[in-house]
Design a protein around this ligand. Structure first.
Ligand code: 13P
Ligand code: SF4
Length: 396
């Protein structure tokens, strides 16, 4: 090998766009001088274009904001979970909905679309570790425990979109609603109009942030139900005293952000605005300047004055894209070490090309089908959410 090694110039920022410059403090080894090659084989890009064009109006491609750029490029619409659920329901003309996101989103799309539409998830391994933290039998056990404590009747379940169709169905059957990060406040307010207590599934952080920060409840009004302990590790007295029963689930990506990350970035970049997703822990959200869904994060930064600095606490594919789309602003990642959502990342261009070409050949692959029984009640829960008046001002 020839050539002289040039020491990269350190940057004052906590994190950089991958492959551009380097931060020797935290990111040894990511420097790639010059332009990076295209992320995918150019032939695959042409194949995706050709398959999509040949399918025409028969296919509608939804892309969650956490998807890779190589996939987002082919999305007919991009959005947060709420917008994508609306968009799935709003395209009855498409024979195929190809969902570039994760399993629970594709299930929701199947519930909201008509019987003659087929929903495809390009890689079935694209699940969500948070959604997997609540299983339907555990939720039924929880409800039985609330019943034994004499509070099930006055409890309204709210399940985050990030849950299985079976849990959405349970929620619908028991008078509750789905919510997303853009309408959690409104959903919880609605739940308190229906009953005295809320069982919030499966993200304890979104539940706590919404109850305490948006609805003004206290931390002591919330208890955490641990599905791995008898009665969730709670006494009947604790269940009776609580206003909000939080399921012990969390997002492994947003769980990486700590209050120290916020302190560090503020020290390194004085005046920086810290913006985080409400799946982050309460202590992190409390230290941030702005909290919001992916859609809100994008809109806030797009509307900011040139020269503004932001530290963003959400998934890295989105943070990288925001940085690319806002070259007039300083964008850094709130965590010092890099972590994509590994399940979101399962959907890549090879899987998308395979799914589209298979559809074109008349072979429906990786179809997500929710059975009719589950569909009936989960649709009730999703429709309750979609009928709530507009996303809350605080979140969207
Ligand atoms: P939103 O896009 O609704 O903000 O949700 C984030 C998320 O974690 C999806 O998995
Ligand atoms: Fe699930 Fe977190 Fe990934 Fe979203 S970012 S899909 S909540 S693991």
């Amino acid at each position: 090998m020839t050539g002289t090694f040039v020491e990269p110039t350190p940057t004052p920022l906590a994190l950089l766009l991958l492959g551009q410059k380097a931060d020797p403090e935290s990111e040894r080894g990511v420097e790639c001088p010059g332009d990076l090659p295209a992320p995918s084989d150019p032939d695959l890009v042409n194949r995706a274009r050709a398959a999509k064009a040949a399918l025409g109006d028969r296919v509608f491609i939804l892309g969650h904001h956490y998807q890779r750029n190589e996939v987002i490029e082919f999305a007919d619409v991009t959005g947060d979970s709420f917008k994508l659920a609306q968009q799935a329901a709003a395209h009855p003309e498409a024979e195929f909905i190809v969902f570039c996101g994760v399993h629970f989103m594709a299930e929701s799309a199947d519930i909201l679309t008509s019987a003659d539409q087929q929903v495809i998830l390009p890689d079935l391994a694209a699940g969500c570790s948070m959604a997997d933290m609540a299983e339907i039998n555990q939720v039924e056990d929880c409800w039985a425990a609330l019943d034994r404590a004499g509070v099930a009747e006055v409890t309204v379940p709210i399940t985050y979109m990030n849950s299985s169709a079976a849990i959405k169905s349970f929620t619908g059957k028991h008078g509750g609603s789905v919510c997303t990060s853009s309408n959690a406040e409104r959903s919880m307010e609605w739940a308190f109009e229906q009953g005295e207590k809320v069982l919030f599934l499966p993200d304890q952080h979104l539940g706590r942030n919404t109850a305490v920060r948006d609805l003004g409840l206290s931390l002591d009004d919330c208890v955490v139900y641990n599905p791995n302990k008898p009665d969730g590790g709670l006494t009947h007295e604790q269940m009776r005293a609580a206003r909000v029963i939080l399921w012990k689930g969390h997002c492994s990506v947003h769980g990486r952000f700590t209050p120290e990350c916020v302190d560090d970035v503020r020290e390194q970049v004085p005046g920086i605005t810290v913006i985080v997703h409400p799946e982050c822990a309460y202590e992190v959200v409390e230290k941030a300047d702005i909290v919001g869904s992916t859609e809100k994060i994008i809109a806030t930064i797009a509307a900011a004055e040139p020269g503004t600095s932001f530290a963003i606490g959400t998934e890295l594919n989105l943070v990288k894209r925001i940085a690319q789309q806002n070259p007039d602003k300083q964008i850094v990642y709130l965590d010092k070490t890099v972590c994509f959502c590994s399940t979101m990342n399962r959907i890549d261009l090879p899987h998308l090309v395979w799914a589209l070409e298979s559809l074109l050949a008349g072979n429906v692959v990786n179809q997500i089908v929710v059975d009719d029984d589950t569909k009936e009640w989960s649709k009730v829960a999703l429709d309750r959410m979609l009928a709530l008046p507009g996303p809350s001002a605080a979140r969207d």
